[in-house]
Write a protein that binds this ligand. Structure first.
Ligand SMILES: [Zn+2]
Length: 176
C-alpha cells in the first residue's frame, strides 16, 4: 500500500519518527499536522523498505530501478489529501536508479549515461524503452531516443507530456 491514505496504517510503530510538532513551520490553515506527520512516517518507512531491497543487490552486477505508481497531494495547495485530483503533486513521482559497484565497472558507458540523466525531463509512458536500453535488447518498435538514458536527448527535451484521461487532459509543462 506504500504511502496511500490511511497513512498511520502504512508503517510499524517503530518507524514513528515525525509528529505534529515537526511540521510546525507549515502554517497553512488547512494542514492537519498530525496527518501530515503520519504521511512523512509512511515515506520514511518506504525509504527503509527500498534500502533493504537495494542491500540485496549491493554485491552483484545489479541495477535497481524504483518509482511510485503516482504521487500524493498532501495539503500542498488546499485541504485535499490523496491522488484523485490531477495536479503536479499527483503526477510527479520519485524515480530512483541504484547501480552496484560491479555494475559501474562492467557497464561504464551505460553508467555514464545514467549519471547524465539525473535531471532529465521524462514521462514514464516511455519506460519500456529505458528498460530495453538497460537490458541491451533491440526489437521492433524500440526507439532508443525514448530511453531516459538516451545519448541523443532531442526527443526527451521536446516531447509534449500529456497527462490525464479521456475526460480531462493537460500538458504537464503548463500545469501550475
Ligand atoms: Zn497507488
Amino acid at each position: 500500500m506504500g504511502s496511500h491514505d490511511g497513512y498511520r496504517n502504512r508503517y510499524p510503530l517503530d518507524f514513528t519518527r515525525f509528529d505534529a510538532s515537526d511540521v510546525e513551520s507549515m502554517s497553512q490553515k488547512y494542514t492537519n499536522k498530525s496527518k501530515l506527520a503520519e504521511y512523512l512516517n509512511s515515506v520514511y518507512y518506504g525509504d527503509f523498505v527500498l534500502s533493504e531491497i537495494i542491500k540485496r543487490f549491493e554485491n552483484s552486477d545489479s541495477i535497481v530501478i524504483y518509482f511510485s505508481d503516482h504521487g500524493e497531494e498532501v495539503y500542498d495547495r488546499s485541504a485535499f489529501v490523496g491522488h484523485g485530483n490531477l495536479s503536479r503533486f499527483v503526477v510527479e513521482i520519485p524515480f530512483i536508479v541504484y547501480v552496484s559497484d560491479a555494475f559501474k565497472t562492467k557497464h561504464a558507458s551505460l553508467y555514464q549515461r545514467i549519471k547524465e540523466a539525473q535531471n532529465q525531463r521524462y514521462m514514464n509512458d516511455d519506460l519500456i524503452h529505458t528498460l530495453l536500453d538497460v537490458a541491451g535488447v533491440s526489437m521492433r518498435d524500440y526507439e532508443p531516443k525514448r530511453s531516459l538514458f538516451a545519448k541523443d536527448k532531442s526527443l526527451l527535451q521536446s516531447r509534449i507530456r500529456i497527462i490525464g484521461n479521456e475526460n480531462f487532459s493537460e500538458d504537464y509543462d503548463r500545469l501550475k
